[in-house]
Design a protein around this ligand. Structure first.
Ligand SMILES: [Fe+2]
Ligand SMILES: [Fe+2]
Length: 147
């Protein structure tokens, strides 16, 4: 009682919060958008989205992830980021995984189950990567005057 929040009692798959901010506006906006896309795919999946729809949503997420990585990597180059090689390799590993997932999904007997598992992995990967790698990048960019 006492709450006027109509969303009270509902939880998103990813509960976005300021804790995940890295302090660079463009990067934070990308991260929040990626989290929103993962939440949307999760909701549509459990809402019964058909196979075509699932494929289209996942392709959009994959594309947005690539754009986001390219944006961070352009900051590596322009600011001579010392941890660039390691960070770039982590991005490359995830891109490879997204491609492999899309190929495997087409052959899967139950693609919806496979996608649900992949979303759980991506939720973990994104938040873990933001906290471990992107926050370090954010601090470096801030020290270069980029916010
Ligand atoms: Fe990122
Ligand atoms: Fe990153």
């Amino acid at each position: 009682m006492g709450s006027n929040d109509s969303r009270a009692g509902t939880m998103s798959f990813i509960n976005w919060s300021d804790f995940y901010r890295v302090g660079v506006a463009e990067i934070d906006a990308d991260h929040e958008r990626l989290a929103g896309m993962i939440n949307r795919i999760h909701d549509e999946l459990y809402g019964g989205a058909n196979d075509d729809r699932q494929q289209r949503l996942f392709a959009m997420l994959s594309e947005a992830t690539r754009h986001h990585f390219a944006r961070e990597e352009s900051f590596f180059d322009s600011t001579h980021y010392p941890a660039a090689e390691h960070h770039r390799r982590l991005h490359a590993d995830l891109k490879q995984r997204l491609d492999a997932f899309q190929a495997n999904r087409r052959k899967a007997s139950d693609p919806t189950v496979l996608l649900a598992a992949e979303l759980a992995f991506l939720r973990f990967w994104l938040l873990d990567h933001i906290v471990k790698e992107d926050k370090e990048l954010g601090a470096h960019l801030n020290s270069c005057g980029i916010r």
